[in-house]
Structure formats: structure tokens, C-alpha cells
Write a protein that binds this ligand. Structure first.
Ligand SMILES: [Zn+2]
Length: 277
């Protein structure tokens, strides 16, 4: 055997295999690492890898979706009524995009910029990732020393109010923003947290990493005495409160954080741009 044969080599698998470390089933043709000596295969998240992380463009898929919808409406107007009507539809569509989708995506972009500026390299950020097998997205994932934060950014205006509910033995909260009950948004974040848990649970090295979910109101008002609160397990917070949690010291080493990030990058692909491989 040649020297260095104990170093796994990157290749395309000719047969299905299973990652010797995390147990992920690997299909024939998949990129993986193969150790000739031990005859073991490793997935690309478990072996050293030169693939660069693609962290996504914040809000890109929301903006893209907005543009796609607008195009569809314009083309429909053209087909049914002609070019003159299409020109009006186009003007109206760009107005709508700016008002709704554009706003949502700019909230995400602003939160991403805020965290980038305030926290910098202390966390590894992912923006706008897909939840495979669903139509859902994740706005932001931050790998921090305390664990993984999954954040849904919302740009509602108005005051954020915590309304206690539930019996005294099982207290919970509802969240109102600008006088409207927004508690349902929590379900969306719970699903995102589940997706992240599914991404890390097979890997013995990072199993048990804490995953926090948060609903971050980027444009809402909070009183000076208001604190972040929980609805079920999900935190309701504002950008400054998130910053504090991301900056907090924790038990994850940088190596461990990189490893988590690499696995998340593979498990939850960027939503806007297709993965280039
Ligand atoms: Zn693996």
C-alpha cells in the first residue's frame, strides 16, 4: 500500500454506501471520501473538505418570488388585454413588490447586515435556505458559540405585546403586533427548528447541539422595559436582543462551529441560487 493510504480520498462513489461516522445513506454517484485501508466511506460533511460554504443572499428568494409573481401577472394581462394593459399591470406590480415582498426581503437583508456588523466573525451566518421536501424557507441560521439560532425575520410595524395565556400550571404567551394576534407565526419557526435538528441529529460529533428558534421583529416597537419572551419554545425578540444572545460565550469551539456549518450548508441548500457543484 502506498503512503498516506489511511487518508480518505475524495471520489464519486460507484456503489451505495453509508457514512461510517454519521450513518447517512450515500447513493451511487455521490461525492464522498473513501478510506482504502479501512474500507470505510465518509460523507462530505464528516471528512475534511475543501468545498466552500455558500451562505446565500439574505432575502434573495423573497425578492425573486416577488419578481416572478409580478412577471406572471404582467404576462397574463398582456395575453388577455394587450400591451397597453400589460404596461399598467407592470407599473402596479412593481408598486406591490416594493410594498409587500420587497419589504419582507429588505427586513431579512437588514437583519443580516445588522448581525454581520455587530457580531462579525463570531458567528457563522446562513441566509435564505431551503427546507428540502417542503415549500418552506429559513430566513437566517446563525451558528454561535451557544448553539444554533434559527431566525424568522418579520417587518411588521406596531408595538410588540406579550399576552400571557394558559393555566397557571402551564403558562404560555401569545404575541400581538400592532394589535393583531401573530402567534401563528411561531408554528413556522418551530418547523424550521425541526429541519435544523434533522440536519444535525445523525452526526455523533454535533448531536445534542442546542437549537434555538426566534421570531425577530425588525421594524416593530418595543418599550424600554420590554424583554424578549417565549411562545412555547420559540423566542420573540428584536435585533439587539438577538445580538446579545449571539455574542454570548458558549461551549462550541470554532472547529465544532465550522463542522456544524458545513453540515447545515449541505443539508439545507440555498433557496435563491441553485447549488453549483
Ligand atoms: Zn457523515
Amino acid at each position: 500500500m502506498s503512503e498516506g493510504s489511511s487518508n480518505p480520498r475524495r471520489l464519486k462513489l460507484r456503489y451505495p454506501a453509508q457514512c461510517a461516522k454519521c450513518g447517512l445513506p450515500l447513493s451511487a454517484g455521490a461525492e464522498a471520501f473513501w478510506n482504502r485501508t479501512t474500507k470505510e466511506a465518509y460523507c462530505v460533511a464528516c471528512a475534511p473538505d475543501e468545498t466552500q460554504l455558500i451562505t446565500g443572499v439574505p432575502g434573495a428568494s423573497a425578492a425573486l418570488e416577488g419578481a416572478r409573481r409580478a412577471d406572471k401577472r404582467v404576462e397574463e394581462a398582456r395575453r388577455r388585454y394587450g400591451d397597453h394593459a400589460a404596461a399598467v399591470a407592470e407599473a402596479m406590480a412593481s408598486r406591490d413588490t416594493a410594498a409587500s415582498w420587497g419589504k419582507g426581503s429588505s427586513g431579512e437583508a437588514r437583519l443580516a447586515a445588522f448581525v454581520g456588523k455587530e457580531v462579525g466573525d463570531a458567528v457563522i451566518s446562513f441566509h435564505d435556505r431551503l427546507i428540502p421536501g417542503t415549500r418552506g424557507n429559513i430566513d437566517h441560521i446563525f451558528v454561535a458559540p451557544v448553539g444554533i439560532w434559527v431566525i424568522d425575520a418579520k417587518s411588521y410595524t406596531g408595538k410588540v405585546v406579550q399576552r400571557p395565556t394558559g393555566p397557571f400550571w402551564r403558562p404560555d404567551n401569545k404575541v400581538f403586533v400592532g394589535g393583531r394576534d401573530r402567534t401563528k407565526l411561531v408554528k413556522g419557526v418551530e418547523k424550521q427548528v425541526e429541519a435544523v435538528l434533522a440536519a444535525v441529529k445523525g452526526d455523533p460529533e454535533i448531536k445534542g447541539t442546542l437549537v434555538y428558534g426566534g421570531l425577530c421583529f425588525v421594524d416593530s416597537e418595543w418599550g424600554l422595559t420590554d424583554f424578549p419572551f417565549q411562545v412555547g419554545n420559540i423566542w420573540v425578540l428584536y435585533p439587539g436582543a438577538l445580538r446579545k444572545r449571539l455574542n454570548k460565550g458558549g461551549s462550541l469551539s470554532r472547529d465544532r462551529m465550522d463542522h456544524i456549518a458545513h453540515r447545515l450548508d449541505l443539508s439545507l441548500p440555498p433557496a435563491a441560487a441553485p447549488r453549483l457543484r
